[in-house]
Design a protein around this ligand. Structure first.
Ligand code: 3PG
Ligand code: MG
Length: 410
């Protein structure tokens, strides 16, 4: 996969209408943005284009838009927050047709350095159409508004949608440039290149609830990494595959054979595969999730039949931290236990702390592990925290992401 893409530094945007696809799919509660990470992450590219004297036309999806356009999934709150962050007015085109007359007029009025935000791209159902025939018409409408295109929507880069991947064809047809933004570039550098071509030793840490969600990630990282560490709920399926009693712990019985295969593969490739040697157990899952819970620690082969494993134990914390200490590159995706509960967050905190203390390049896949780093206060200690959940997982699977692929090669 070619990851050597044209960036915003590789073309002259002065006076050009530049369509920028961002991932402004931020969480909202009662119309208020509860986490602005993705907006903040998009600012460097937007500011660079403003400084260059481009006419900056932003677009993004928000939410799933299952039942057609609606105010609850309008990008209006994003326009407001973005204006505050940029310190300049962002003209929001609230029109549900996204690319209609209102958008065309707003763009026609733009001066150099102006910023326009279009409405939620998923308000046009064609955004997600597969195959992309219908999507092509919408993609062309988007391209008609602009001269060049910049994709900075890493969180959406695994979606072959009109505004993410199809639009580039029409920009190319009119002789424009398709580049990646700074956020995309950073994600490519860390998640793409670091995994494809890591400084070794390369340690990968995987956690989270289900083996089924990470089948291809495990498979790919076993090949790329020197050491693969598995913790969290998914470790119990591996432990069961080793013939251990795991009590009432989370298990995916259909994936036992897969786990056996992966352990055999590790052995054949001479890779270290580390599993929890001890486990924090309780009578059941905490309810509420952050409520008080009585936890004891036992060796991983001594989990009583009526107990449930909910975190890694202290010996495992040390084992995993040791592996991280000697690493030069570490990738981490998925918590080690029920980190939302203070008593069961110890394993996840220990891993976050080990990453914070190592000199290695530390890369956090998005989703829960990013949330854990933020929530536990380790975010600024990591080399890179991905803004993508699904997209970062597909990168770790070694897949070609449509949104990356679509940009022009250098
Ligand atoms: C995300 O938050 O996962 C991205 O913005 C992509 O959104 P989607 O999963 O709804 O396609
Ligand atoms: Mg998603």
């Amino acid at each position: 996969m070619s990851l050597n893409k044209k960036s915003v530094d590789d073309f002259n945007a002065k006076g050009r209408r530049v369509l920028v696809r961002c991932d402004f799919n931020v969480p909202l509660k009662n119309g208020e943005i509860t986490d602005e990470t993705r907006i903040v992450a998009a600012l460097p590219t937007i500011n660079k284009l403003i400084a260059d004297g481009a006419k900056v036309i932003l677009c993004s999806h928000l939410g799933k838009v299952k039942n057609g356009p609606n105010e609850g999934e309008s990008l209006a709150p994003v326009a407001k927050r973005l204006s505050e962050k940029l310190g300049k007015e962002v003209t929001f085109v609230a029109d549900y047709s996204v690319t209609g007359d209102a958008a065309t007029k707003a763009v026609a009025y733009m001066k150099e350095g102006d910023v326009v935000l279009l409405q939620n791209t998923r308000f046009r159902g064609e955004e997600e159409t597969k195959p992309q025939k219908a999507g092509e018409a919408f993609a062309k409408e988007l391209a008609d508004l602009a001269d060049d295109y910049v994709c900075d929507a890493f969180g959406s880069a695994h979606r072959a949608h009109a505004s993410v991947a199809v639009v580039t064809k029409f920009i190319t047809e009119k002789g424009g440039t398709n580049a990646v933004g700074y956020l995309m570039q950073k994600e490519i550098d860390f998640l793409g290149n670091a995994v494809e071509n890591p400084v070794r030793p390369f340690v990968a840490i995987l956690g989270g609830a289900k083996v089924a969600d990470k089948l291809n990630v495990i498979d790919n990282l076993l090949e790329k990494a020197d050491t693969l560490i598995i913790g969290g709920g998914m470790a119990f399926t591996f432990l069961k595959a080793q013939g251990k009693e795991i009590g009432k712990s989370l298990v995916d019985n259909e994936k036992i054979d897969y786990c056996k295969e992966m352990m055999a593969k590790a052995e054949k490739l001479g890779k270290k595969l580390l599993l929890p040697v001890d486990t924090g157990i309780a009578a059941g899952f905490p309810d509420p999730i952050d409520g008080p819970i009585d936890v004891t620690y036992v060796d991983s082969n001594a989990i009583p039949a009526d107990m449930e494993g909910l975190d890694i134990g202290p010996k495992t914390q040390e084992l995993f931290a040791d592996a991280v200490k000697s690493a030069k590159t570490v990738v981490w995706n998925g918590p080690m236990g029920v980190f939302e509960n203070p008593t069961l967050a110890k394993g996840t905190i220990a891993v976050a702390k080990a990453l914070a203390e190592t000199d290695a390049t530390t890369i956090i896949g998005g989703g829960d592990s990013a949330a854990a780093c933020n929530q536990l206060g380790f975010a600024d200690k990591m080399s890179h925290i991905s803004t993508g959940g699904g997209a970062s997982l597909e990168f770790l699977e070694g897949k070609e992401l449509p949104g990356v692929y679509a940009a022009d090669d250098k």
